[in-house]
Design a protein around this ligand. Structure first.
Ligand SMILES: Cc1cc2nc3c(=O)[nH]c(=O)nc-3n(C[C@H](O)[C@H](O)[C@H](O)COP(=O)(O)OP(=O)(O)OC[C@H]3O[C@@H](n4cnc5c(N)ncnc54)[C@H](O)[C@@H]3O)c2cc1C
Length: 378
């Protein structure tokens, strides 16, 4: 694949890099420490057209290509993975509305998803099931001209600040994969309660909350796609979402390398900079390789998506490799810093914690391997 970027793609990457360095990085440690949602940064992302990056222009977005999107997320993830994942989940919801929405739904929901106030959240996981999506128990029962939702979702990213929820619930679960449907629900709808954010290990400025539905009435016109297509919509959303998580992972790998190289040149042991020791050089070399491989796989997947070619298995490969590589990179970055790497005063300590969840959400590494193996064996 030719990785030469167009002038537009370079411009998007440079805009995102400047934004990330000036607006995100200086505040990332503070938001991590107090677990505060960076609403100002999200508003500024919206002002720059970065929140609605993939939303069609006619619906208020910037309609960028999939490679530009991946490049921008890499830059944001390099500075602050919490903000990057906020944007990535918002985009996942926006892409679902773009792909599956009726004209009226696009007109209503897409312009909002370009703003901080309409921020998107995607609700599948429940207390007893994450990987096994068909075990969902949340019900959506049709009563006249509306559905009544009852059940509980957990770990819903952006829920504390979301204006637009995409919720998957059972409409006829005995039909197995065809027994679930997708619904667009506005924030503040009666019967939908958002709980307190989970106290997390990393990405602490991104809020993941429980969401409880108690006789929550959703008009029939808010069902996204035909009844029974909820699992199909969720899985297609996750294919695109995995490009986002692979991009954020790539950004974290680059941040680890930035920090390792800076520290290794500066820190002296046994009378010379530690960058002179081959053991340290190898940790840097391995991280450079991980970065190049993660970036290449991610952009390859994005280019297939842009070309409208099937990309589901490639997205699983990119997400698996990049998320595991980010954890390796973060381990090495702490190692190169010695004891200081364990201090909250150093950025690598946050990178280490921020990297951990990458192999868990939007499909664990084991689930990515299932997808890849199934495709290889078919
Ligand atoms: C910070 C954070 C944010 C999140 N945001 C969202 C969100 O916005 N929306 C949302 O819906 N969910 C979200 N999630 C939930 C996330 O997607 C799930 O945690 C994830 O899919 C795993 O599900 P689980 O936690 O139920 O683990 P389980 O599915 O119970 O898995 C437990 C372990 O068993 C393994 N396992 C399970 N099934 C298999 C199998 N068939 N083969 C091999 N191994 C298997 C898993 O890989 C894992 O190691 C978030 C989670 C976190 C931590």
């Amino acid at each position: 694949m030719d990785l030469t970027l167009s002038l537009e793609q370079e411009a998007v990457r440079d805009t995102a890099r400047e934004f990330a360095e000036k607006r995100l990085l200086p505040h990332a440690a503070e938001h991590d420490a107090d677990e505060s949602f960076p609403i100002d940064a999200v508003r500024k992302l919206a002002d720059q057209g970065l929140l609605g990056m993939m939303i069609p222009v006619e619906h208020g977005g910037a309609e960028m290509d999939a490679i530009s999107y991946a490049l921008a997320l890499m830059e944001l993830g390099r500075a602050d993975a919490s903000v990057a994942v906020t944007l990535s989940v918002n985009n996942l919801v926006a892409e679902c509305v773009t792909q599956w929405g009726a004209d009226e739904q696009k007109k209503k929901f897409l312009p909002r998803l370009s703003t901080a106030e309409g921020l998107g959240a995607f609700a599948v996981t429940e207390p007893h099931c994450g990987s096994d999506v068909q075990a969902m128990r949340t019900r959506a029962d049709l009563k006249g001209d509306h559905y009544v939702l009852n059940g509980e979702k957990v770990w819903i990213t952006n829920a504390s600040n979301a204006g637009t929820f995409l919720v998957i619930a059972g409409t006829d679960p005995v039909k197995r994969t065809k027994g679930f449907s997708a619904f667009l629900i506005e924030g503040g709808t009666a019967g939908m309660t958002v709980g307190k954010p989970e106290p997390k290990m990393g990405q602490r400025a991104s809020h993941a909350c429980p969401v409880v539905f108690t006789d929550c009435c959703v008009p029939i016109e808010n069902r996204l796609g035909p009844e029974g297509s909820g699992i199909k919509i969720a899985l297609s959303a996750l294919d695109s979402g995995r490009i986002g998580i692979a991009s954020i992972s790539t950004g974290i790998i680059q941040a680890c390398n930035d920090e390792m190289i800076r520290y290794a040149k500066d820190r002296v042991a046994f009378g010379k900079p530690i960058s002179d020791f081959q053991a340290v050089q190898w940790m840097i070399a391995d991280t450079v390789v991980d970065f190049e491989a993660a970036r290449g796989l991610t952009l390859l997947t994005a280019s297939r998506k842009q070309a409208r070619e099937p990309f589901s298995d490639k997205a699983a490969i990119a997400k698996l490799f990049a998320s595991e590589a980010a954890n390796r990179a973060a381990y090495r970055a702490v190692q190169v810093h010695g004891g200081y790497g364990y201090s909250r005063d150093y950025r690598v300590e946050r990178l280490y914690r921020d990297a951990r969840v990458l192999t868990l959400y939007e499909g664990t590494s084991e689930i990515q391997r299932l997808v890849i193996a199934r495709n290889a064996l078919k």
